[in-house]
Design a protein around this ligand. Structure first.
Ligand code: CUK
Ligand code: CUA
Ligand code: CA
Length: 640
């Protein structure tokens, strides 16, 4: 049935099921019956001729290889923003070359830039700067009228229940919010129209509310919430209490609806309990109704965080629960604005929810399942779907290790009883894909050029590097009728998702502006000390607190030494006076764990304790000048 090439035969199903953490017997039974059905009907669904190709580009396909070659000095056509997974960062790629251009620390500590070490970054991280880890999954770029406007990127932290904002003009994280009344923020999407006001995010784990120890055992009293943040202030505007948990989500291009998958309608604590129900659901959120309820004061609060929480549990007028096959995963809005597509995971199907029927659903004119426009059978383990803007959808099949291209309108016609084949092609990928994303496919401008399959396993695709393997993010040419696999990209732990936009949609600054809010508080502190940052080199003592103000200009620090006393709390404020693009300095103090980036015209500061008497050299750690090695000075610590 499948045309196996030698590479795909290395995927063994037992292994992949176990890798997926799906080991329970009831699922085996499910797959025992459905796997066969799924595989048969997916390949031959509604007729014959489904194209299954290995799709590896042959040497003959020189023209494709030329398309992805970006010559030395040439620039890429797209920016790709990749989540850094449990490494907690965002990575910036050039597409189609897949050259990694930059890393943006978000929920991690960065030794190079001093994110998590500098005072400016600690202010951004707030209370949560005590955490050294994060788990980033879903990067999304702000919108105006359904198109990316390049202002901000937002991303979730599953590990420590946070949402962060990255300013794309400087490519730095500038806000981090810990979400109350939730645990583990997973799915995240943005309001798409008229403009990104709200950032929506899913609470995944169910918890008692308030989670203060008064309730510990009753699963019926465990909930999760769907949150909306104000994208400007990054404060939580409101939350919606739901039944079950929330996994992935999307929002509609009309701006009115949010939709989220739930794999635990059972309120279960164990794997077995979470698999008990035949069906779970997609929750549809009616945003105007939610706003009205908040406005009218129809909400609760939990603990002392004050966030309004409206009741969106089953039976509420603010939500609808659409039953779908058990334990769905990804939820993707088609770029034509027509469908929310819930990906079956344990079911070989995806469920197409017709957004144009949701008004009737909320007015109780139709039943929840009447909003389903199609439920095509695609193959085993559908996790996520993306779009080419030409009416086709592409879905990852985790268990089959394939990407399936299918046609949405044909799937709808098939659902209505017509004998049409909606499957266009299946392409083997290497191996076990999670998310996939086509260029511009998070916006109404999807252009159907490149597709990335973010594979969880790489096995034999790269030089071996020990028991821990990289992921493999494969690039696929989707510009023609047939998908063609063109490039393997090893990635580190573990980009769940990415977003790819045109290069003209991102405008960045090449040097800092002196009035940038990123370091405004530090500038204010200097003003209070009577210091002009762009001129003065000064040590100010304030009890056992010492503030050292220093200018940096290649290849010298404004001070070649400064004196403090053992036990002093030392704050060093560095201002880079160079105005030349790319001329970054650093400030690193030996044996004190202190390192910060100071880019052209930037002010950056760091606070530490001078706990050891003696001489400690500080040096510039970004290679800036022929005399960079000599750019150093002494911190002289007098014994207490
Ligand atoms: S995801 Cu977060 S578990 Cu499929 Cu969007 Cu990987
Ligand atoms: Cu300044 Cu190196
Ligand atoms: Ca379930």
């Amino acid at each position: 049935m499948k045309e196996m090439d030698t590479k795909t035969t290395t995927v063994d199903t037992t292994n992949s099921e176990e890798s997926a953490g799906l080991r329970n017997p009831s699922r085996r039974k499910f797959l025992g019956t459905t796997a066969a059905v799924g595989a048969v009907s997916a390949a031959g669904a509604a007729g014959t001729g489904a194209l299954v190709r290995s799709g590896e580009v042959q040497a003959a396909d020189q023209s494709i290889l030329e398309k992805i070659h970006v010559g030395p000095g040439d620039l890429d056509e797209y920016y790709g923003f990749w989540s850094g997974g449990h490494n907690g960062e965002v990575r910036v790629y050039g597409v189609p070359s897949m050259r990694e251009i930059m890393r943006i620390p978000v929920f991690n500590v960065c030794s190079a830039t001093g994110y998590g070490i500098s005072n400016e970054s600690k202010r951004i991280l707030g209370e949560s700067s005590k955490f050294l880890n994060g788990d980033a999954h879903h990067p999304h770029i702000s919108y105006t009228d359904g198109k990316h406007d390049g202002r901000y990127l937002f991303i979730n932290d599953k590990a420590n229940t946070r949402v962060a904002r990255v300013r794309l003009d400087i490519m730095k994280t500038d806000k981090v919010t810990t979400i109350p009344n939730a645990q583990a923020i997973h799915g995240l999407r943005l309001q798409k129209a008229p403009k990104t006001g709200y950032v929506y995010c899913n609470g995944e784990m169910i918890i008692p509310l308030p989670n203060d120890g008064t309730e510990l055992e009753d699963p019926k009293k465990h909930f999760s919430v769907w949150s909306a943040l104000d994208s400007e202030t990054m404060e939580v505007a409101w939350q919606v209490l739901v039944d079950g948990n929330l996994d992935n989500m999307d929002s509609s291009y009309c701006g009115k609806y949010g939709a989220s998958t739930c794999y635990n309608s059972e309120h279960g604590f164990t794997l077995e309990e979470k698999m008990r129900a035949e069906r779970d659901h997609v929750v549809i959120f009616n945003i105007p109704r939610i706003e009205e309820a908040v406005e009218n004061g129809e909400y609760m609060t939990f603990g002392d965080n004050g966030v309004p929480v409206v009741d969106g549990r089953k039976g509420s007028q603010l939500t609808r629960y659409i039953p779908v096959p058990r334990n769905p995963h990804g939820l993707n809005g088609s770029t034509d604005g027509k469908y929310f597509i819930a990906n079956g995971k344990l079911s070989p199907t995806v469920t197409m929810i017709d957004i144009s029927r949701l008004d009737d659903l909320f007015d109780d004119k139709i039943e929840p399942r009447d909003a389903v426009a199609g439920e095509p059978e695609l193959g085993l383990g559908p996790l996520h779907t993306t779009f080419d803007g030409r009416g086709n959808a592409y879905t990852t099949l985790f268990i089959d290790s394939q990407v399936v291209k299918w046609n949405m309108e044909d799937a709808v016609r098939h659902f209505q009883g017509e004998n049409v084949n909606y499957i266009r092609q299946k392409l083997n990928v290497h191996y076990q894909p999670g998310h996939l994303k086509a260029t511009l496919a998070e916006s109404s401008e999807a252009d159907g050029k490149w597709l990335f399959s973010l594979n969880k396993f790489s096995k034999d695709r790269f030089l071996p590097v020990g028991p821990l393997h990289p992921e493999n993010d494969q690039m696929i040419d989707i510009s023609g009728e047939e998908m063609k696999l063109v490039h393997d990209t090893p990635t580190f732990a573990e980009p769940h998702d990415c977003v790819v936009v045109r290069r003209d949609q991102i405008q960045t600054k090449q040097i800092w502006e002196r009035d940038d809010p990123y370091f405004a508080e530090t500038v204010k502190m200097a003003e209070e000390d009577g210091v002009t940052l762009t001129r003065d080199n000064k040590v100010i003592r304030d009890g056992n607190k010492v503030r050292v103000y220093m200018t940096l200009i290649a290849p010298e620090f404004g001070m070649n030494h400064f004196r403090v006393k053992q036990g002093d709390e030392v704050t060093v404020v560095c201002t880079n006076l160079d105005m030349i693009q790319d001329l970054t300095h650093g400030f690193c103090v030996c044996d004190h764990g202190v390192s910060i980036e100071v880019s052209p015209q930037q002010t950056a500061s760091v606070t530490f304790t001078a706990d050891k008497a003696g001489v400690y050299w500080y040096y510039c750690n970004w290679f800036c000048h022929a005399m960079h090695m000599e750019m150093a000075g002494r911190m002289i610590v007098e014994p207490a």
